[in-house]
Design a protein around this ligand. Structure first.
Ligand code: NAP
Length: 339
């Protein structure tokens, strides 16, 4: 992609999107970002200015996934699109449509505007929630050919990501002039450019806040936000990436291991995390009243793995060690007073 071309990034205020903006600007591209709240533009520009001098190559416009207004203007003159905007919540919503409608209809709306504007290369931020949800928790490795089982107990977020990604692939089948790649990250952690984290960073935040009396037998596949952004930019730029899904996963860590890394680094500053095991029966009791805990119960004591062979091969992707991501997240949460 020649740097003279303009990349549209939807959801520019997002945790992942800001790192995508930064890397695109650092590589010399012109970028147009969409946001739904114009009051956040100044803070976003200020955050980016700490790392790159490129105010003149960044334009911000207002558009909401739930309305047609603004998308024709947003896409006009762009050749490439990074569609990252989609609602992310830390707990199950009362009404699943709150997540599904903007994700699915928003993707259809953005892709239609992109096609009308002549955008020919799209990278969609999907998730492993579109790959591995809705199956019994058994030891297996998921890969790009897998799709979540919408008929299983998958939760509103996984449903929103699965339906939105399927809709994107259906759309490009009807528009063969457009090339699509998807990036499918696991739980994303790492520093935030403007101090707003995604709910996924709660994996670190809640432990530092000592929100639990100990650690359940739960773990998470994790990846750093900077490595997720570099995969997006590589997918835009790599011809062989067209038509492919790319998993971004650095590895699986138990909550106890995450807590230990945080203790090693921050216990001397007064952040000592209790690492007593929380028994499975206590988690099951909590699951009776908490829908978010209930969704995690099948994962108790189980690991989950995702292959990144394709991502490493095609995108030349090499993620940083998770220890660095956990410490960088923890340090920012502590020093910014966000705990
Ligand atoms: P985030 O910081 O909450 O970003 C979500 C972005 O979507 C925000 O910019 C948000 O705008 C925007 N958005 C939500 N609803 C919208 C609407 N109706 N209209 C326009 N924009 C809307 O979370 P994130 O982690 O960076 O998520 C970015 C993408 O990565 C999402 O597609 C998410 O599903 C995907 N993802 C995230 C993870 C993870 O662990 N964090 C893992 C896999 C995939 P506001 O800033 O105005 O709220």
């Amino acid at each position: 992609m020649p740097p003279t071309e303009t990349v549209l990034v939807t959801g520019a205020t997002g945790y992942i999107a800001q790192h995508c903006l930064l890397q695109l600007l650092q590589q010399g591209y012109r970028v147009r970002g969409t946001l739904r709240n114009p009051a956040r533009e100044a803070a976003l520009r200020q955050a980016l200015r700490q790392h790159v001098d490129a105010d003149d190559r960044l334009e911000l416009v207002v558009a909401d996934l739930e309305a047609d207004t603004g998308w024709a203007e947003a896409t006009r003159g762009c050749t490439h699109l990074l569609h990252t905007a989609s609602p992310v919540m830390s707990s199950e919503p009362k009404d699943a449509a709150e997540l599904i409608r903007p994700a699915l209809e928003g993707t259809q709306r953005v892709l239609s505007a992109a096609a009308a504007a002549g955008i020919h290369r799209i990278v969609l931020t999907s998730s492993v929630a579109a790959i591995s949800a809705g199956y019994p928790a058994e030891k297996r490795t998921f890969a790009e050919a897998d799709w979540s089982n919408e008929a299983g107990p998958i939760g509103a977020y996984a449903c929103s990501k699965t339906l939105a990604e399927r809709a994107a692939w259906d759309f490009v089948r009807q528009h063969p002039e457009i090339e699509l790649s998807t990036i499918n990250p696991v739980y994303v952690i790492g520093p935030s450019l403007d101090g707003h984290f995604s709910p996924s960073a709660d994996i670190v935040r809640l432990q530092l806040q000592r929100a639990y009396p100990g650690v359940p037998r739960l773990g998470f596949p994790l990846v750093d936000v900077r490595d997720v952004a570099s995969a997006h930019v590589a997918a835009l730029n790599t011809p062989a990436a067209a038509g492919k899904r790319f998993i971004c996963n650095t590895g699986f860590l138990w909550m106890k291991e995450i807590g230990q890394i945080l203790n090693d680094e921050f216990a001397s500053q007064g952040y000592r995390i209790p690492l007593f095991p929380i028994p499975d029966f206590a988690m099951r009791l909590m699951g009776l009243v908490d829908g978010t805990v209930r969704l995690q119960l099948p994962q108790l004591g189980k690991t989950i793995d995702y292959s990144t062979q394709l991502t490493r091969q095609v995108l030349q992707w090499e993620p940083r060690p998770l220890r660095d991501s956990i410490i960088d997240t923890g340090r920012q949460l502590i020093t910014s007073g966000s705990l």
